[in-house]
Design a protein around this ligand. Structure first.
Ligand SMILES: [Mn+2]
Length: 296
């Protein structure tokens, strides 16, 4: 018997350190939140490693009930597994850890919901998802193309994450929205090889016709949002979409067969007002409730 077993707190209640109301038991959950506190490839301003813990903390300022969807996180089948142990500065190792964790969840028929962390980690999730779902499509919201073959010699950089995903998925299976920054060569590559929707989110409503019942992974780089609403991110880019526009797009995407998702690149230390973290928390609540709506 451990000391904890022997010690009784009686009726004293302890809050669990989980994201907003996501207290469903892990073994019975449909969705599992996974923190991935790693920002070792941030090419400009780091801080995304603090996103999972900041979102859990600040989600206590958020109601678990969504008036817009009339649904409540406390009634959804969502568990928060906590944070992965991540190495500092070793992207290849970090990507491998994500791959193993996502694979373990997919083996148990769970839908992984990763909170980054910098965007490089998505490569690990896609590697794992492809093993389980060879017909996988990737829906990508971002300000940046992220299609460089490498960034300063590093092929695992967050600036190369979509190129690595392209290496895995091939042409025609990556659907990118909101992109407004990158090299000329990256834009040419994107137009040739991806289902590419720069500057806006139009075309999301056609995904169902395009993708059908194929499994999809959805990666949300929060810098797709305009920096006026989301300044707390490493590489902000003016001319982005609004929270409500993104939410509307995600409502369309939630009708697809989503087998995994992530929300990346929130950097809480870069917006000390807390507004960016509050936005990310609310977006995650709505996104989880939209997914749960179609899968429960
Ligand atoms: Mn980006």
């Amino acid at each position: 018997m451990t000391i904890n077993d022997a010690f009784a707190f009686g009726d004293i209640a302890f809050e669990k350190n989980v994201f907003c109301g996501c207290e469903h038991p892990l073994n019975a959950a449909r969705f599992v939140i996974l923190g991935a506190p790693f920002d070792g490839t941030a090419s400009f301003r780091p801080g995304a490693r603090f996103a999972p813990s900041s979102m859990r903390r600040d989600s206590w300022g958020l109601e678990s009930y969504s008036p817009q969807l009339d649904r409540d996180l406390e009634e959804a089948f969502i568990a928060d597994a906590g944070d992965l142990e991540m190495p500092y500065g070793d992207a290849k190792a970090a990507i491998k850890i994500v791959k193993e964790a996502v694979s373990a969840l997919l083996n148990e028929k769970k839908i992984p919901v990763m909170i980054g962390g910098d965007h490089s980690l998505t490569t690990g999730a896609i590697e794992a998802a492809l093993v389980h779902y060879p017909e996988l499509h990737l829906i990508h919201f971002d300000a940046h193309t992220d299609l460089r073959p490498d960034y300063l010699g590093d092929p695992w950089s967050h600036a190369s994450v979509m190129r690595r995903c392209y290496d895995l998925l091939g042409g025609g299976r990556i659907h990118s929205f909101g992109i407004r920054s990158g090299l000329k060569g990256e834009f040419l590559f994107a137009k040739e090889h991806l289902d590419f929707h720069p500057f806006h989110l139009e075309g999301v409503e056609n995904l169902k016709a395009l993708v059908g019942d194929a499994p999809v992974y959805v990666t949300i780089d929060l810098d797709v949002l305009d920096p006026s609403e989301m300044p707390g991110t490493g590489t902000p880019e003016a001319g982005g979409v609004s929270f409500q526009e993104l939410l509307k797009a995600l409502a369309h995407v939630s009708e697809l067969k989503v087998i995994g998702t992530d929300m990346m690149e929130l950097s809480p230390p870069l917006d000390l007002s807390g507004a960016s973290t509050a936005l990310a928390c609310k977006l995650l609540r709505e996104w989880l409730l939209l997914l749960d709506l179609h899968r429960s």
